[in-house]
Write a protein that binds this ligand. Structure first.
Ligand code: UDP
Length: 478
């Protein structure tokens, strides 16, 4: 044996809030289990500054800052995050992000002792850096096993138009048991011709993912039984599930009065509505949804953003809702509209919350399942379609709409909400299923026993990494 030294864990999230946040949850969870390991988050200066401001000063997370130089890519000069650029430049931003490679490589070259890189799927090119310096490389998936596998599988099969059986509904080439409907493919997937920049970029990253040493995924064995089977079939390397890693909201609901409001409502009576951190819906369905809420005898909390076509930061206009809607709802203490960042985890954890109308982003899906709240699904893009499909198949959700529709009908909204929240067999079954899954989630980090699958997953991951490196470099570990 050469020497004994503690591992240095390098976290390398993609430059987007939705990616950095799960990596911070990953940090907390690794740090809890291995307080002696050095953990460094690699990102660009402004992303690091943002992260620092949300962490307590006593946090033991280290940072390594690398500059982002997008000049040659005609991106806004201060763009460091997907939030800084218009959607049309996303592909360019992806490609520009590969220019971080030399700086990342420089950093890795300075590290001594065993190094474990945990990279984002969109930075999977870092596997080549890892090979150069004989470090351990893994990919952390912040979306679910099922959603990621289906999405990757579709991405690897573009152009879809050339698939022999392409019709309204078709079998996934790698997994013929899985049937996908054309409406479950996002626009950019359907339009991809296989040679376009985005397809090329994603396919290249997926190939790097396949070369990594291991995959960590923010899910739970007993929650995604089929999804994990599929992911393990798709990937040549071991998969460790370590969820649910939840990121608690920075805002206190005590201050905002939301908990107080929820405290006045009967158990499982409130419908919570949110389309995540970046999505919204069209103006017409927004009116229909509001008018359904107005006609139903159900309290609700709606995290509302300007409709599609308006800037997210724009001041909310009353004309986007039925006349007098917000005032009426407030007066009757029937509904709360939240125009800022909502304390979602706290809302879902509250006993008064009975269902979640969600776009089925993976974090929302996990949070809702962790707190045993059935989902009324309205997936809008990417893996959300497959998360929604999985929830329906598990009996945890019912789809209300799919994609950026404009023709949602008030009666249909009422029917679905009643089916999920009312006094009927289906609602009862969904509640039972949600309770069952909540238990699975609750036990995932149990200190002892077979149920603590995620605790075991993280242990196994570190054991696997240590062995792999020991084989490569004859290190010995404590
Ligand atoms: N979120 C929140 N308050 C909001 C909107 C979103 O706390 O007003 C959180 C939510 O709890 C979740 C994340 O932001 O953790 C959204 O992630 P998700 O994967 O569901 O969707 P995305 O925003 O990535 O589309």
């Amino acid at each position: 044996t050469n020497h004994i030294s503690k591992p240095h864990i390098v976290l390398f999230p993609f430059l987007a809030q939705g990616h950095i946040r799960p990596f911070l949850s990953l940090f907390s969870c690794v740090h809890r289990q291995h307080p002696d390991h050095t953990i460094t988050l690699v990102s660009t200066p402004r992303n690091i500054a943002t992260v620092r401001s949300t962490l307590p000063s006593s946090s033991s997370l280290n940072f390594h800052s690398i500059a982002f130089f997008p000049e040659s890519y005609s991106l806004p000069s201060n763009a460091e995050s997907t939030a800084d650029i218009p959607y049309a430049l996303l592909t360019t931003f992806f490609e520009a992000s590969e220019s971080l490679c030399p700086a990342f490589e420089n950093f890795i070259s300075t590290l001594t002792g065993p190094v474990y890189i945990i990279s984002d799927m969109f930075f999977a090119w870092s596997v080549e850096v890892s090979r150069k310096f004989n470090t351990f490389h893994s990919v952390f998936l912040s979306s679910g096993a099922y959603g990621t596998t289906v999405w990757s599988s579709l991405r690897l099969s573009v152009p879809l138009g050339l698939m022999p059986q392409v019709a309204d509904e078709f079998q996934l080439p790698e997994f013929p048991d899985v049937k996908i409907h054309i409406s479950q493919c996002g626009k950019n997937l359907l339009e991809a011709d296989g040679n376009c920049q985005l397809s090329t970029y994603i396919q290249r990253q997926l190939k790097f993912v396949f070369q990594s040493d291991a995959t960590l995924v923010n899910t739970v064995e007993g929650f995604e039984v089929i999804g994990l089977q599929m992911l393990r079939k798709q990937l040549p390397t071991p998969v460790f599930s370590i969820g649910p890693l939840l990121h608690s909201a920075p805002l206190s609901s005590e201050k905002s009065g939301i908990t107080e409001w929820l405290n006045t409502k009967p158990a499982a009576s409130v419908l919570y509505i949110s389309f995540g951190s970046q999505h919204t819906i069209h103006a017409r369905p927004m009116i229909e949804l509001a008018s359904a809420l107005e006609h139903m005898n159900r309290p609700f909390i709606w995290v509302i953003r300007p409709p599609i076509g308006f800037e997210t930061e724009e001041k909310f206009k009353p004309e986007w809702l039925p006349e007098g809607f917000e005032g009426k709802m407030k007066l009757g203490r029937k509904g709360l509209l939240i125009h800022e960042w909502a304390p979602q985890v706290e809302i879902l954890a509250h006993a008064a919350t009975g269902a979640f109308l969600s776009h089925c982003g993976w974090n929302s899906t996990l949070e809702s399942s962790t707190y045993g709240v059935p989902i009324i699904a309205w997936p809008l893009s990417a893996d959300q379609f497959y998360n929604s499909k999985m929830l329906e198949e598990l009996g945890l959700g019912m789809e209300l709409a799919r994609g950026v529709v404009t023709d949602l009908k008030r009666d249909w909204v009422q029917e679905v909400v009643e089916t999920v929240m009312g006094e009927n067999e289906k609602a009862k079954e969904m509640k039972m299923k949600a309770r069952e899954i909540k238990e699975v989630m609750d036990k995932a980090w149990n200190e002892e026993g077979e149920d603590g699958t995620s605790r075991k997953g993280l242990n196994d991951f570190f054991e696997f990494a240590a062995k792999k490196l020991a084989g490569d470099k004859q290190f010995s570990f404590e």
